[in-house]
Ligand binder design. Sequence first.
Ligand SMILES: [Zn+2]
Length: 214
Amino acid sequence: MPTRALSIDLKPFSVRLHFHGDLDFFLGAGDAEIEVYPPGKQYPNFSEKRLQIIRISRFVTDGHLGKLTRNLRLLGLDVAYHPLATDRQLLDVMERENRALLTRDRRLLMHAIVKTGYCPRSQNPDEQTIEVIRRFDLFTLIVPFTRCLRCNAPLQRVAKTDIIAKLEPLTKVYYQEFRRCTGCAQIYWAGSHFEKLQNRIGVIHSLLMGKSDV
Ligand SMILES: [Zn+2]
């Protein structure tokens, strides 16, 4: 069991495994955990609690993790997501944009080109969110309401006068501060949907502060 006290020069190496039969049998069901580490300088340091300390904060999620994606974007984190993306497309985005792959598909995670990835254990999107934040140490990067929930591009403050023509009559009257997506031009303001999103952040925050080790 590696510990901090060891100063062995851990060089990256690869292991080729040949499986005959169902891979799930070897991996086990339910709680089996798979993480993939990159070679070279980013090889993980070992800590007391976690085997992985990797400074990577950009992700690509598979089509089954839409709610996790929305949560992470809500917190301001950069998550590429296309619900209909094929496995090949996911791997392409991961590689081209240097993102960590988040998927519950263990076979995909074990693909040879996956450098950094994580398989959320929970099936609950809020718990998955906590897992990812803890696993990748994202606490200091959380800035809610700074990223578009639809397309992942950053939001930018925009003057009301610049967008007033696009606002509904009551929105024009009651709201003064707006943000616009730099990607898809979606406009955001603190309307009725805002409260639901704040509640969601509240739930995530409570889970993060909780003692349960997700
Ligand atoms: Zn957008």
